[in-house]
Design a protein around this ligand. Structure first.
Ligand code: HSE
Length: 320
């Protein structure tokens, strides 16, 4: 997951150009299904120019470049258009140049990153005409993504708790204890989020609900104050086992790592695995456990928690 370097093209006749950077995210973190998310230090970077016409030119480099639509079906473009429709403005002509560092379809928030990028691009292009506050950004992103747990950390960074209340999607950002050392294990295969969601039952027992309520409450304390509680705090009964048959190698790695004492979870809807290690030494030992798994090859990436979230820079004026 080395940063992918591209050569963004900014046209002289553009009326406005912005550059947006959005981090990878890991959602759920075990028990916090559709609620908890963590921003990680791998990024998509998009440079976008707006024009006084109706052109749409999209160029994608890096992860997923061969599969990502480059027409009006493109998720970044659809997210930009969603914001313009919401605020009653016409979408301008656009040239979008994306350099994707977030692994595509691996449970590290690639679709949330695309949605977040589109929302932030629209914010940057509309700045001075329409001002979008944090609640509006999260609402618009959640409307596109369907659930807020990836887009909240992608927008705001750090550890986020996201929920939907009477005022729509809301979030609380928390800073992670500096002793927490994330490592993600990325396989060569992908997993569909909609397939993963379809494998879960519509109802769960009260016992399982209480199990996850206790662990997710504990997880907030473990991630912010008490990393030694991470193994207990990352246990889940709401989604991982139900989804296991669609990604058996992922479940096997999670189980092997947990049996060895590591706080391992399925990252988002999978198939990547996230370990929240309690220091750099533990992180290396977790890599050794994954290396011993012979059924699948896992690319291990030692990452930092991104504390900033998505950024927008107006190429003419500096930052917004
Ligand atoms: N909470 C979501 C899920 C994250 O697990 O389905 C993946 O988009």
């Amino acid at each position: 997951m080395e940063p992918v370097v591209g050569a963004p093209i900014v046209a002289d006749d553009a009326v406005r150009s912005v550059t947006v950077t959005v981090p990878a995210t890991s959602a759920n973190l075990g028990p916090g299904f559709d609620t908890l998310g963590l921003a990680l230090s791998v990024y998509d970077t998009l440079t976008v120019s707006a024009f006084d016409d109706d052109r749409l030119e999209i160029e994608v480099a890096g992860s997923g470049a061969e599969e990502i639509a480059t027409d009006a079906d493109n998720l970044v473009f659809r997210s930009i258009a969603h914001v313009y429709a919401d605020v009653g403005r016409e979408v301008p002509g656009l040239r979008i140049h994306a350099v994707n560092g977030v692994p595509h379809g691996r449970g590290l928030g690639s679709s949330g990153a695309a949605v977040t990028a589109g929302i932030l691009i629209a914010k940057g292009l509309l700045a001075g005409d329409v001002d979008l506050d944090d609640d509006a950004l999260l609402r618009l992103a959640t409307e596109m993504e369907g659930h807020p747990d990836n887009v909240a950390p992608a927008l705001f960074g750090g550890l986020t708790i996201a929920w939907t209340g009477e005022r729509g999607p809301q979030h609380k950002k928390l800073l992670v204890h500096r002793g927490v050392a994330p490592v993600v294990f990325v396989p060569g295969f992908t997993m569909s989020t909609s397939l993963a969601r379809s494998l879960q039952p519509p109802q769960v027992s009260r016992e399982d609900a209480v199990f996850n309520v206790s662990r997710s409450a504990l997880l907030v304390a473990a991630l912010t104050q008490s990393p030694e509680l991470l193994l207990d705090a990352t246990a889940d009964r709401l989604h991982q086992d139900y989804r296991g048959p669609a990604m058996p190698e992922t479940l096997r790695l999670v189980q092997a790592l947990r049996a060895a004492g590591f706080a391992a979870v399925v990252s988002g809807a999978g198939p990547s695995v996230l370990v929240l290690a309690d220091g750099p030494g533990a992180r290396q030992r977790a890599v050794d456990v994954a290396d011993a798994m012979t059924d699948t090859s896992w690319d291990a990436h030692m990452l930092a928690v991104d504390v900033r979230g998505g950024t927008v820079r107006d190429r003419a004026e500096g930052s917004t």
